[in-house]
Design a binder for this molecule. Structure first.
Ligand code: AMP
Length: 267
């Protein structure tokens, strides 16, 4: 079964305790699409500027990602830069976010995209997430949403609207606490579920994820790694494995969600 994803595609400048890199291919939809492509077909909706490298489009295409919805607009590609804490790689600071071509982006989905049965609203402006959701011809089988503090802080009312319409919410524990204004994760997940979604996936970095659904909680560990080079995009890659598996199985039972959490961790 096919999947549609809208999210960022851009260039990251990253400092980690083991090194740094400039203008590295990144973006929530990039990591998600490549990860999900191992399980199901994926169509990408995003925008990049004229400075976007053709090699990077080729990389997506080589993974079988449908890039018909990747618009190339006049202007600069989205850019983000962040620095990981040298003492704890689970913590990072955003140094700069430049939306560039995303600030003017108004996607118009084609017929095939409007009929996809699985929809992932990857981390991007919630107004853009809503625009995509509203263009779907019928309600997809599964709608999942991810976000970031940047949007929780700047566009909470729009984000709340998206969450009310979603089935699954992915957030890291800091984002969950900040969105719900609850320090306790169980209470924070309940705040989100009271808004509509039946599943909340709490990402906990090197400690894995907690899956809250139907009054139960399932924990999936992360594989312990001695040399963490760059964790950027780990959450999006997790979501790609999770959603890609569900789309390939066409199964949305609690058991399938638990399998999805394990496969997401593997990715
Ligand atoms: P993650 O490490 O899973 O949180 O994802 C990091 C990716 O999200 C990076 O590749 C960034 O390009 C992208 N990103 C960072 N900030 C934003 C933002 N405000 N909106 C959309 N994408 C973002």
């Amino acid at each position: 079964m096919g999947m549609l994803v809208v999210g960022s595609v851009g260039y990251d400048t990253v400092w980690t305790p083991l090194g740094s890199g400039t203008d590295l291919l990144g973006g929530s939809a990039t990591y998600f699409s490549i990860s999900a492509s191992y399980f199901s077909s994926v169509s990408l909706v995003a925008v990049v500027g004229r400075d976007f490298r053709s090699d990077d489009i080729a990389l997506l295409k080589n993974h079988g990602v449908n890039t018909n919805g990747l618009e190339i607009a006049p202007g600069k590609t989205f850019r983000w830069s962040g620095r990981y804490n040298p003492d704890d790689v689970n913590l990072r600071d955003t140094l700069d976010t430049q939306l560039n071509v995303f600030s003017e982006f108004e996607p118009s989905l084609d017929r095939e995209q409007r009929n996809q049965e699985y929809l992932f609203l990857a981390n991007i402006d919630p107004e853009l997430q809503l625009q995509v959701l509203n263009q779907m011809e019928r309600r997809p089988k599964l709608v999942a949403v991810d976000t970031m503090n940047f949007w929780i802080d700047s566009k909470k009312p729009h984000l709340s609207k998206v969450i009310e319409l979603a089935d699954v919410v992915f957030m890291d524990e800091g984002e969950l606490r900040s969105f719900s204004e609850e320090a306790n994760l169980v209470k924070a997940a309940k705040v989100i579920m009271a808004m509509g979604p039946k599943t909340v996936v709490a990402k906990q970095g090197e400690h894995g994820v907690l899956l809250f659904e139907h009054g139960s909680v399932f924990a999936a560990p992360a594989y312990p790694i001695e040399r963490v080079v760059d964790p950027t995009g780990a959450g999006d890659s997790f979501a790609g494995g999770f959603m890609g598996y569900l789309a390939s199985e066409e199964d949305t039972t609690d058991t399938a969600f638990r399998h999805a959490a394990i496969l997401g961790s593997v990715m």
